[in-house]
Design a protein around this ligand. Structure first.
Ligand code: RP5
Length: 165
């Protein structure tokens, strides 16, 4: 199976990005985690993305806040799919700054952008991309969907029982 690269701009992003790592682990998807900044370690970030395909990666998840250039700069150096997680790293604008920086890519260099702090969906989207050519992984995704549906219906049954008169 291809690996997922998870890269974030700062150690301060880890508490949120760990949710993506946990999801990848739940699906037994091989992954590597790095803290490389587009601004503070540009050479390392460049090497990761430029060599990602030949190093066995199938998808890259890139998380960054504030100016949030990481996902875009990673995408500029690879034709692998790049999923951007805009991080709510400051109270200023609640992550809208990072959301716009991540999503507003110029034509030709796409970044698939999830919600602000949307780490779980970033991992699930990465798994969905790998599952295009992996039936066993697709089956695991279907099982998770079914389990999620069950949970919501159980909560609904409880709410109906509690509140409906
Ligand atoms: C971004 O700036 C990082 O991804 C982080 O979300 C934000 C703040 O970084 P620190 O100042 O906490 O290192 O590059």
């Amino acid at each position: 199976m291809k690996k997922v690269a998870v890269v974030m701009g700062s150690a301060s992003d880890l508490p949120v990005v760990e949710k993506a790592i946990k999801t990848l682990r739940e699906f037994d998807v091989p992954h590597e985690v790095h803290i490389y900044s587009a601004h503070r370690t540009p050479e390392e970030a460049h090497a990761l993305s430029a060599n990602a395909r030949k190093n066995g990666f199938g998808v890259i998840i890139a998380a960054a806040g504030m100016a949030a250039h990481l996902a875009g700069s990673v995408a500029a150096n690879t034709t692998l799919p790049v999923i951007g997680i805009p991080m709510k790293s400051t109270t200023f604008s609640n992550g809208l700054d990072a959301l716009l920086s991540t999503v507003q890519m110029p034509s030709g260099i796409p970044v698939a952008t999830v919600a602000v702090d949307g780490a779980v969906n970033a991992a699930l989207l990465a798994i969905e991309i790998l599952a295009v050519s992996d039936d066993a992984l697709a089956e695991k995704l279907a099982e998770k969907r079914a389990a999620d549906t069950k949970k919501v219906l159980a909560a609904n049954a409880e709410a109906e029982e509690t509140y409906n008169r």
